[in-house]
Design a protein around this ligand. Structure first.
Ligand SMILES: Nc1ncnc2c1ncn2[C@@H]1O[C@H](COP(=O)(O)OP(=O)(O)OP(=O)(O)O)[C@@H](O)[C@H]1O
Length: 258
C-alpha cells in the first residue's frame, strides 16, 4: 500500500481533567474513506478539530504526507490540503450559493498537480488561468446545485445546504476532506444520493474521513472504521469486523447485564 496520506500519532486533547481524546492513532491512505464513529461525547468532533488544525492537541501530532499540520491554524491546514465541513452548516448567509463557493476557491489550496480536485478531473484546467466563476460552476454542477447558483443559502433545503457545505470545502482543493455528519438529518432518498456523492468525491481523488451517526451510510462507504468511546479508540477495522465487535456493541447499547 502507498505511504499514508494523513497520520495521527498518539493524539490527545484534554479539557481540564476531561480526556476528550486520549492517545488515538489513525492512518488514512490516498483513495480511502475512513469512518469515525462512537456514542455521543466520544471525542469524534474534537479529533476532527485537531486534524483540521483548529484545535491544538494536548499531546501527539497529525502529519499530512509527512508534514506536521496539527497545532497551527485551520487556514494553514486548508492551504496544505485538509478541509472540514461542520455538523451545523456555516455558509455566508448573505452571499449567493455561487459566491460561497468562490470564497472557497479564493482562500483554498493553491491549485497544483496534487490537488484532489485537479487530479480527479473535476477542475480539469488550472483555475488560476480561468474565470473563477466557471470553476465554481463546475463544482456546483458536480455537487448538484448548479440550478441554485444565484440563490441564497437560506433558500436551500437542508440537503441543499449540506451539499453547499461540501461544495465550499471541495472548492479549497483538499487532498483530505473531513465530513462531519453530512448524511444525518436527511430523508432516505437524499441520504442515498449523498452516499453516492461521497463515493464520487473519493473516486475523483480526495481521501475522506467521515463522522457519521447514520450507520448504513458509514458502513457502506468506509474502507476502515475507527470507534471512539470516552476519548479512547476501542476498536478499528473493516465495517464487518467493527460491527461484530462486542466492545462496540456494548459502547452503543450499554452492557447487556446492566
Ligand atoms: N471546548 C470544550 N471545552 C470543554 N469540553 C469540551 C469541549 N469540546 C468538547 N468537550 C467535551 O469533550 C467530550 C467529547 O466531545 P466531542 O464533541 O468531541 O464528542 P463527539 O463524539 O463529537 O460527540 P457527538 O457525537 O455528540 O457530536 C465531551 O464530553 C464534550 O463535552
Amino acid at each position: 500500500m502507498s505511504a499514508p496520506l494523513l497520520v495521527g500519532e498518539r493524539v490527545s486533547r484534554h479539557f481540564g481533567g476531561l480526556r476528550a481524546v486520549d492517545n488515538v492513532d489513525f492512518t488514512l491512505h490516498d483513495g480511502q474513506i475512513l469512518g469515525l464513529i462512537g456514542p455521543n461525547g466520544a471525542g469524534k468532533t474534537t479529533l476532527f478539530s485537531v486534524a483540521a488544525g483548529s484545535l491544538r492537541p494536548t499531546s501527539g501530532r497529525v502529519l499530512l504526507a509527512g508534514t506536521p499540520v496539527s497545532g497551527r491554524s485551520a487556514a494553514r491546514s486548508v492551504h496544505l490540503g485538509i478541509c472540514r465541513t461542520h455538523q451545523i452548516v456555516r455558509p455566508f448567509a448573505r452571499l449567493t450559493v455561487l459566491d460561497n463557493v468562490l470564497v472557497g476557491l479564493h482562500y483554498g489550496r493553491p491549485p497544483g498537480p496534487r490537488s484532489g480536485l485537479l487530479r480527479g478531473g473535476l477542475l480539469r484546467r488550472d483555475h488560476r488561468r480561468r474565470d473563477p466563476r466557471d470553476a465554481a460552476m463546475e463544482i456546483l454542477d458536480f455537487i448538484g446545485l448548479a440550478d441554485r447558483a444565484t440563490r441564497l443559502p437560506g433558500e436551500l433545503t437542508l440537503a441543499g445546504r449540506k451539499r453547499l457545505e461540501v461544495a465550499r470545502a471541495l472548492a479549497t482543493g483538499p487532498r483530505v476532506l473531513l465530513l462531519d455528519e453530512v448524511v444525518a438529518g436527511l430523508n432516505p432518498v437524499e441520504a442515498s444520493r449523498f452516499v453516492d456523492l461521497i463515493r464520487q468525491i473519493r473516486d475523483r481523488g480526495t481521501a475522506i474521513i467521515m463522522i457519521e451517526h447514520v450507520m448504513h451510510a458509514v458502513m457502506s462507504l468506509s474502507d476502515h472504521i475507527i470507534v471512539l468511546d470516552h476519548g479512547r479508540k476501542i476498536a478499528e477495522g473493516t465495517p464487518e469486523l467493527v460491527a461484530a465487535d462486542p466492545l462496540v456493541i456494548e459502547a452503543y447499547l450499554g452492557r447487556s447485564d446492566a
